[in-house]
Design a protein around this ligand. Structure first.
Ligand SMILES: [Zn+2]
Length: 251
């Protein structure tokens, strides 16, 4: 359909793990697909107004297995296709309980949820707040293969992280947890951008820590106009403004 975000066919990341992208927001959104003999997990099916028929057709080119959807968080570009998928036979949609995803059927809290697909084991887990109140990561492990982790917008490649709904201090800790799991999950797939590795996560964490230090300093030195710090922060002006405003609001 003209004017709707297009879907490209899924490509293989590794064995039974696939991904594709859909136009969404500033940069394309990554959509993940993990396939076992008893089921498949579709991660972040894309925005409202997308060509959902084409998405489902692309999934069915890879697998006929029953689908479970996981939303890494509640932003519209990640969850918009949920309603369509529920109308088309998807019974399970997992999201974090704080993500406010009205179309979810199962809310994930502190306890990880293990999905046995027959083959790959998938663990859906909240490693702490960061990009939003309710971020989940999806860890995929398969015998004889390195693990792969889908991180949603906790990790972002190619463009700055979005701080609009973030908890900046906790985000640094959560990135530390993602980094520490890189021994078992050597490949990390961000919500937007190219797959990355542990070194990338470490440098994203360092840059964010640096951004917090500079922002806090600016808030102390110039309480009324901390936006003066924007040019020295390691992010673009929009993201820097959001970071300062979230820190100022005590997040
Ligand atoms: Zn987001």
């Amino acid at each position: 359909m003209a004017g709707t975000p297009g879907i490209t066919p899924f490509t293989r990341v590794d064995d039974d793990v696939f991904m594709t992208t859909v136009d969404g927001g500033v940069t394309p959104l990554n959509i993940g697909l993990v396939v076992g003999s008893r089921g498949a997990v579709l991660i972040d099916p894309g925005p409202d107004g997308g060509d959902h028929d084409a998405l489902l057709a692309a999934v069915r080119q890879v697998t006929d297995a029953e689908l479970i959807v996981v939303n890494t968080h509640g932003h519209g570009d990640h969850i918009g296709a949920n309603a369509y998928l529920r109308e088309h036979g998807v019974e399970r949609i997992l999201a974090h309980r704080e993500a406010e995803v009205a179309t979810a059927t199962e809310l994930v809290g502190q306890a990880p949820v293990v999905l046995d697909l027959g083959g790959p084991e998938v663990v859906v887990e909240h490693l702490g707040r960061g990009h939003t109140d309710g971020d989940l990561v999806v860890e995929v492990s398969r015998e004889g293969h390195d693990g792969i982790m889908f991180c949603g917008d906790l990790v972002r490649e190619g463009t700055d992280p979005s701080f609009r709904d973030s908890h900046p201090e906790e985000w640094v800790r959560t990135l530390g947890r993602i980094w520490s799991m890189a021994g078992t999950c050597s490949r990390i797939i961000p919500g937007h951008g190219q797959p990355v590795d542990a070194d990338f996560v470490a440098s994203m964490r360092r840059r964010m820590e640096q951004g917090h230090t500079l922002s806090r300093q600016a808030l102390r030195d110039a309480v009324t106009d901390a936006t003066k710090a924007i040019p020295i922060l390691p992010y673009g002006p929009e993201e820097s403004r959001e970071l300062i405003s979230r820190l100022r609001a005590g997040h």
